[in-house]
Design a protein around this ligand. Structure first.
Ligand code: NAD
Ligand code: UGA
Length: 484
């Protein structure tokens, strides 16, 4: 491709995950003249993206199946042929995982960039001619420096008379939220492009302008773009910790957090969004991105700033433990051998993703206390829950014979429950941790007689109708509701 050309004909996206798959599907859908190939080392993931049965796509997102159905095979391809796809591409997106480091320097805070570096090296090796490399993954500010350094080494004259290579690096972080990914991608609040090369920025902006209004395509320098992504997630998570802190205060003062949220959210300077109190934020990114911000602040000699953001995470963890503790306290101080129905394991509704879900910590705390958990989630597989809890499922207890030996011995267990009635049978409490629509529609008059009395509903998402729960003779705790 000529360096001054701004029309992209072929895209390769490395990483067919929650971001790479849906993002590229929407680009292919909206830009039928661009051939888009999403590559991944994970063969089973690619096979699932190619599955003829659209229910088997590896990511569950409302509307994704229709987008994939329109573009797949036409100009959207999923492949494990990483090298070939890079070689054929005018533009390569890097959309791989950037989890928190678990060992070594910066362990527990810094981002593990080994997959990003591997991609940069692979692009350096396989790209041909001029290639625009786009950071789509969320990255620590100044990562583009590393990517550029690796690519620049490949720009040196080639020993074997290969045609010269050249690269430009852009930052184009993704702001989609899971569960609304297609909506977010099709009508984003903004698209952010950071870079130094005007032609390359135009090339990427031209792609988005096929469906995004021009005024929503923001252009910044590389470092502002990288830092904006971390900051946006930190601000969003901070609002959740703020409202959860207020929720705790509401519970002891008789205030209602929903009323407080409405009252403060009507101030146009504050706004109504992201003020739902809950069991704490989950998801693969908020915690990891804030911890990364904390690490960067310390690295750049700003310990007070680091402490400020660290507290957003500290409060979130506290909220999860707090909910487990109050369940135990309400059930006469012990849950040992007691059956509890845990409704919702995904970190939010409309996704099968459980990464950092608050349900994981809360379930672990209750199992540690000896509880018997029937876990029900409309989209999360039992195998995933086993992995998250690092505990195999037990067989569901036999209703006739009462608590199992393990239960009587005080050992906490769990089992997957595919329906609500089975989950609540014999239970002392229902604990709602994800705001699935199904849980808003529960008929408590039908549920209450199946439970052991006195029975509780702990609604950590504020989804139930209090009068329906109380009217069914159940006790109720609702997050942030000081009146119940
Ligand atoms: P993911 O784990 O779902 O997907 C990443 C994929 O990259 C995996 O399938 C993995 O096999 C593949 N991969 C890793 N190294 C590879 C390599 N060298 N070659 C080929 N494939 C490789 O991750 P995700 O949720 O899509 O997140 C990707 C990035 O986007 C992260 O930086 C994340 O912070 C950011 N992000 C995520 C979301 C979200 O909602 N999940 C939203 C915005 C931004
Ligand atoms: C979040 C951001 O919203 C996206 O903009 C960003 O791109 C993404 O992280 C990312 O970088 O990965 P996501 O984690 O998918 O998206 O979902 P959110 O809707 O932000 O929810 C995150 C968590 O906060 C969930 O556990 C949710 O239940 C919780 N939450 C959200 C609340 O407890 N209260 C609220 O008011 C809103």
């Amino acid at each position: 491709m000529n360096k001054s050309l701004t029309e992209i004909k072929t895209i390769c996206c490395i990483g067919a995950g929650y971001v790479g798959g849906p993002t590229m599907a929407v680009i292919a859908d909206r830009c039928p003249k661009i051939q888009v190939t999403v590559v991944d080392l994970n063969e089973s993931r690619i096979a699932a993206w190619n599955d003829q049965n659209l229910n088997n796509l590896p990511v569950y997102e409302p509307g994704l199946d229709q987008v994939v159905n329109r573009a797949r095979g036409r100009n959207l391809h999923f492949s494990t042929e990483v090298d070939e796809s890079i070689a054929a591409a005018d533009m390569v997106f890097i959309s791989v995982n950037t989890p928190t480091k678990t060992k070594g320097l910066g362990s527990g805070q810094a981002s593990d960039l080994r997959w990003v570096e591997a991609c940069a090296r692979q692009v350096a090796l396989c790209a041909q001619g001029h290639t625009i490399v786009v950071e789509k993954s969320t990255l620590p500010v100044r990562t583009a420096e590393t990517v550029k350094a690796i690519l620049q080494a490949a720009q040196q004259p080639q020993a074997d008379n290969q045609p010269p290579k050249s690269f430009v690096v852009l930052s184009n972080p993704e702001f989609l939220a899971e569960g609304t990914a297609i909506k977010d991608l099709e009508s984003p609040d903004r698209v952010l492009i950071g870079g130094e090369d005007a032609n390359a920025i135009d090339a990427l902006a031209n792609i988005y302008s096929a469906w995004v209004p021009k005024e929503k395509i923001l252009r910044t320098n590389l470092w502002s773009s990288e830092l904006s992504k971390l900051s946006a997630n930190a601000f969003l998570a901070q609002r959740i910790s703020s409202i959860n802190s207020v929720a705790a205060l509401c519970e002891v003062t008789g205030a209602d957090v929903n009323e407080v949220a409405k009252a403060i959210g009507t101030d146009s300077r504050i706004g109504p969004k992201f003020l739902n109190a809950g069991p704490g934020f989950g998801g693969s990114c908020f915690q990891k991105d804030i911890l990364n911000l904390v690490y960067l602040c310390r690295y750049f000699g700003l310990p007070e700033v680091a402490d400020y953001w660290q507290n957003v995470v500290t409060l979130n963890t506290w909220q999860q433990h707090r909910i487990a503790r109050l369940v135990v306290k309400s059930l006469f101080g012990t849950v040992t051998g007691k059956r509890l129905a845990l409704f919702g394991f995904a970190f939010k509704a409309d996704t099968n993703d459980t990464r950092e879900a608050p349900a994981i910590q809360i379930a672990k705390d209750l199992i540690e206390e000896g509880a018997q958990l029937a876990i029900h989630d409309p989209k999360v597989e039992a195998e995933q829950i086993t992995n998250d809890l690092q505990l195999d499922a037990s067989p569901p207890p036999d209703q006739a014979s009462g608590p199992s030996k393990a239960a009587l011995g005080g050992e906490g267990t769990w089992w997957p429950s595919t329906n609500i009635s089975d989950a609540v049978r014999g239970a002392d409490a229902v604990l709602i941790l994800t705001e699935w629509q199904q849980f808003r529609e529960i008929d408590w008059d039908k549920i209450a007689p199946l439970m052991r009395q006195p029975a509780w509903v702990f609604d950590a998402r504020s989804v139930v109708d209090p009068s329906a729960v109380l009217g069914a003779g159940l006790k109720l705790w609702r997050v942030g509701d000081g009146a119940t």
